[in-house]
Design a protein around this ligand. Structure first.
Ligand SMILES: Cc1ncc(COP(=O)(O)O)c(C=O)c1O
Length: 349
């Protein structure tokens, strides 16, 4: 791996007490190109523009996939952990396969990540709950406009210091007109185009005062799928419920971890298809007492309002709710505050 270090670090210019999500980038990035049927030697270089032309294939045909993960400073301040990065690696290549993009070799991903974070270690925030967001992505970089898979690709890893992401509880609209992902489509892939297609319905929901959309199935809009960049859970009685993943839902690593963790903290969970009518009835009669989303960025995000076909249902956000127990259990593992009995922490440094 080639390493080209910056001669002027931007670290001292960063206000670590004010880190809006995804706007500050560390000094370096990893870049690797796929050309002539093979991955070329990766390079760590100063963060900055890449030399691509307006004919770059990804801009025209959307052959682009990405991942989202975090590096955490251990509470002792000596170690740096990742959380289940093998899962992100596999999901990146699964997404790539769906978009006809060649897979990234394991050593490029893991050695690149390790070296990059060693170099920019000082960019991992130290404040409680803060972390370094990691954005690996992969896009078609061929210079031609023709609607066929490209023959050149670029893999990049950016890192971005981030505050603990908690912007209060969420006002959710159940989307029953627009579709995020259809059966047989690309919903299970972390494809850039899935997000582009969600922005218009999302902007309409924002105009109505909602913050996120809860997507329903693309065929009849009858079954609940997922929330923005999170998977959905709700509580009925003492049990939690979540829809099964499918080819139209992104299989979240946080969701998977929550389902493995719940029995350990004495909470039962059921994975089953959830009909919008049953969900609405539970909100109406008050038997649904918690609704929340889970994902890498926010970890666990409670919902205080659910809008269905113009009717708003309030959900009380209790500080001692299941959502909070889960958030504490997950972040304790991520920051090295508790035993890692599942082997989820990955020592990077
Ligand atoms: C569409 C979508 N669903 C769910 C998730 C949650 O996945 P994870 O827990 O792996 O972050 C994300 C975030 O990556 C997402 O973008």
């Amino acid at each position: 791996m080639k390493v080209n270090l910056t001669s002027s670090s931007r670290l001292s210019q960063v206000d670590f007490s004010n880190l809006p999500f995804g706007k500050t980038f560390s000094d370096h990035m990893l870049v690797a190109y796929y050309k002539g049927g093979a991955w070329q030697e990766p390079e760590i270089m100063p963060y900055g523009p890449l030399p691509h032309t307006p004919a770059m294939h990804a801009l025209h045909y959307g052959q682009a996939v990405f991942e989202g993960m975090k590096a955490y400073n251990d509470v002792s301040g000596e170690k740096v952990w990742l959380f289940r990065p093998e899962e992100n690696y596999h999901r990146l290549n699964k997404s790539a396969e769906r978009l006809c993009i060649p897979s990234v070799p394991k050593e490029v991903f893991f050695e690149g990540l390790k070296k990059l974070i060693e170099i920019d270690r000082a960019w991992i925030p130290r404040a409680e709950g803060h972390s370094l967001y990691i954005r690996p992505f992969l896009f078609a970089s061929s210079e031609y406009i023709m609607a066929t898979p490209a023959d050149e690709y670029c893999f990049v890893i950016l890192t971005s210091p981030t505050a603990s992401y908690y912007s209060g509880s969420v006002k959710l609209k159940v989307e029953t007109h627009f579709t995020r992902a259809a059966k047989g489509g690309t919903g299970a892939a972390k494809a850039a185009g899935n997000y582009a297609a969600s922005f218009y319905p999302m902007s309409l929901a924002r105009e109505e005062g909602y913050m996120q959309l809860l997507w329903t199935d693309g065929k009849d809009h009858k079954f609940l799928e997922e929330v923005g960049t999170m998977n959905l859970f709700f509580r009925k009685g003492d049990q939690l419920f979540t829809p099964p993943t499918s080819d139209s839902i992104l299989s979240g690593i946080t969701r998977k971890s929550v389902l493995e963790l719940l029995p350990k903290i004495g909470i039962e969970a059921k994975v089953e298809p959830i009909h919008i009518q049953d969900f609405q009835a539970g909100l109406e009669d008050g038997s649904i007492t918690e609704v929340f989303g889970v994902g890498t960025a926010a970890v666990v995000s409670p919902v205080d309002t659910v809008g269905i076909e113009g009717k708003n249902y309030k959900v009380e956000v209790k500080e001692d709710g299941h959502w909070k127990k889960l958030k504490t259990a997950l972040t304790d593992i991520q920051f090295g505050r508790s035993e890692d009995e599942f082997g989820w922490r990955f020592p990077l440094i």
